[in-house]
Design a protein around this ligand. Structure first.
Ligand SMILES: [Fe+2]
Ligand SMILES: [Fe+2]
Length: 298
């Protein structure tokens, strides 16, 4: 299991831009973390009572944190600090729960419908969130390998999205690392749907369309490492990625609507409908990062 130090408490010098950036990350990722707990809760074998109850406790806790995040104003330093002192340890605990479950499912020490790889995927998303909170508080970045970015060992250059405009000369490295992180995440979304979502024969059309996107994203992910660290090259690559991400997002949202309205062949798919909306929101986050990176580079 990969372990690392989790962010400490915010420093007294936590500035207004960093406070707003930390709150923005929490507004997006706390909901995502709660949904991860719910996916685990509904995806493990009913015989795994303790795991079910732990996942349920996380789901209840993150629902409460989501309500607290929603009513915290961005300019309120002490309210954001108080929130961070709750969100960080709970996210770190959920992150460790995911890592342990990944290991248990991989070694057949736990029984689950969830593919083990999905546990590693949502563990990386928790580490991305924790890294961004750490960066907002002026603390060190996590090693690249923890976020699944190649060339492990060196610190990852990803930031809370609202702090990207202040990146200075690091912007080109940030552009590359954000792409490497998010493209892997999006490629895995495609893989998970292909693996578990569709009903053979009845939903072959959906399978083929998803496979088309998964292929495109896999190619972009492979190309992301070799894009030259120059403004023009990164802007050109990002334009290509953005086009694919917009179509991928629209596909996921349309499918989500079709599933909740029982308009897909046979009515439903084999995964919770919420996973489609969840994935689409993660695409929206990535598109917003691309837009901020592009404006900062240009
Ligand atoms: Fe997620
Ligand atoms: Fe994801």
């Amino acid at each position: 299991m990969i372990n690392h130090e989790f962010p400490g408490p915010p420093a007294a010098s936590f500035n207004p831009a960093a406070t707003a950036a930390a709150l923005d990350e929490m507004r997006f990722w706390v909901r995502i973390m709660g949904e991860h707990a719910k996916f685990i809760r509904s995806g493990i074998d009913p015989s795994q009572e303790t795991t079910f109850r732990n996942a349920d406790a996380f789901a209840v806790e993150f629902d409460r944190l989501q309500r607290a995040v929603a009513c915290t104003p961005p300019g309120d330093f002490s309210a954001v600090s108080a929130l961070l002192s709750e969100v960080i340890p709970r996210t770190a605990a959920l992150r460790n729960f995911k890592a342990q479950l990944f290991k248990a499912i991989s070694q057949c020490a736990a029984v689950a419908e969830l593919p083990a790889a999905l546990l590693d995927h949502i563990r990386r998303e928790a580490d991305f969130f924790l890294n961004n909170l750490s960066r907002a508080m002026g603390q060190p970045a996590v090693p690249r390998e923890i976020l699944g970015i190649p060339d492990g060992g060196t610190p990852a250059t990803v930031l809370p999205r609202l702090l990207i405009p202040f990146a200075g000369q690091n912007i080109l490295l940030i552009a590359r690392d954000e792409n490497l992180f998010h493209l892997r995440i999006q490629e895995e979304h495609g893989e998970v749907l292909l693996l578990v979502a569709y009903r053979p024969k009845l939903q072959d059309m959906l399978y083929r369309e998803t496979a088309k996107f998964e292929n495109q994203i896999e190619t972009l992910h492979q190309q992301a490492m070799s894009v030259p660290l120059r403004s023009k090259a990164l802007l050109k690559f990002n334009a290509k990625v953005r086009d694919v991400m917009m179509c991928w997002h629209d596909f996921l949202m349309e499918l989500f609507q079709d599933v909740i309205n029982c308009k897909v062949p046979s009515g439903q798919i084999n995964t919770p409908a919420l996973i489609l909306d969840h994935m689409a929101r993660e695409v929206e986050y990535y598109i917003s990062v691309i837009d901020i990176v592009n404006r900062t580079i240009a």
